[in-house]
Design a protein around this ligand. Structure first.
Ligand SMILES: C[S@@+](CC[C@H](N)C(=O)[O-])C[C@H]1O[C@@H](n2cnc3c(N)ncnc32)[C@H](O)[C@@H]1O
Length: 192
C-alpha cells in the first residue's frame, strides 16, 4: 500500500524548486525546531536533500546528518549536489531505521510519514534511535490544507494520528513552534 503513496523519484527536481524555499523557509523553520551545532540528525525520507543541506549547515562543524531514503535515484540526486562531509547517505526501507539505539539528537521527518506503513513500527524505531532528551519533528501535509499542492488528500494523515503514535511509544509531545495553513509540525521528546 505504501508504494502507491510513494513520491515518484523521477520527479525529484520538483522537490528542489525555489517555490518550496519560498513556501517552507527551510533554514528559518529548522532554527525554530532548535537544530544546533554538534547535533546528530536523522533526515528520514531525505529525497534529493531539500532539508539535508540546511540541516548540515546548522549542525556543522562537529555534528552529522544521516540522510535516509528508499530510493537510490533520490540519493544519487542528493550526492550529485555535493553534500558536505558531515552528510552520510543510506539507502534503506522505513519503517526500519538501521542506526544504533540512542544515537540521534533529532529525527527530522518532512513529508514522508504519510508514505510509510506501518506507522506504529516507524514510531517505535524513532523512539529507539533517539537519545534521552532527543526530539522528533514531523512536518507533513494537513488533510484540510488551504492550497492544492501536495499529495492526494486521501493519503494524508490527521495530526491527531501522528500525536497518538508518538505518545503511544512513550514520547512526550512538545508545543509546536510553527503553524502553517497547509502543513503541521508536530514535535515530541524522549524523556526517559
Ligand atoms: C515527498 S518526498 C519528501 C522528500 C524530502 N523529505 C523533502 O521534503 O524534500 C518523500 C520521500 O520519502 C521517501 N520514502 C517514501 N517511503 C519511504 C520508505 N518506506 N523508506 C524510506 N524512504 C521512503 C521517498 O523516496 C521520497 O524521497
Amino acid at each position: 500500500m505504501s508504494e502507491t503513496k510513494r513520491f515518484n523519484p523521477k520527479k525529484h527536481a520538483i522537490l528542489l524548486e525555489t517555490s518550496r524555499e519560498a513556501k517552507w523557509h527551510p533554514r528559518a523553520l529548522l532554527r525554530q525546531v532548535g537544530v544546533q551545532p554538534g547535533q546528530v540528525v536523522v533526515d528520514l525520507g531525505c529525497g534529493p536533500g531539500f532539508w539535508t543541506f540546511p540541516l548540515a549547515d546548522l549542525v556543522t562543524p562537529t555534528g552529522a546528518v544521516w540522510a535516509l531514503d528508499i530510493s537510490r535515484e533520490m540519493l544519487d540526486a542528493l550526492v550529485a549536489r555535493h553534500p558536505p562531509a558531515q552528510v552520510h547517505t543510506m539507502c534503506i526501507e522505513l519503517p526500519r531505521i538501521p542506526l544504533p539505539a540512542a544515537s540521534a539528537d533529532l529525527v527530522w521527518a518532512a513529508f514522508v510519514v504519510h508514505e510509510v506503513d506501518p506507522l506504529d513500527d516507524l514510531m517505535r524505531e524513532i523512539q529507539r534511535v533517539l537519545k534521552v532528551g532527543g526530539r522528533v519533528a514531523v512536518l507533513d501535509w494537513r488533510p484540510d490544507a488551504v492550497h492544492d499542492d501536495g499529495p492526494p488528500r486521501a493519503h494524508r494523515l490527521d495530526a491527531g494520528v501522528i500525536r497518538s503514535g508518538l505518545q503511544g511509544v512513550g514520547l512526550t509531545l512538545l508545543a509546536s513552534p510553527w503553524q502553517h495553513e497547509d502543513a503541521y509540525l508536530i514535535m515530541a521528546q524522549k524523556s526517559e
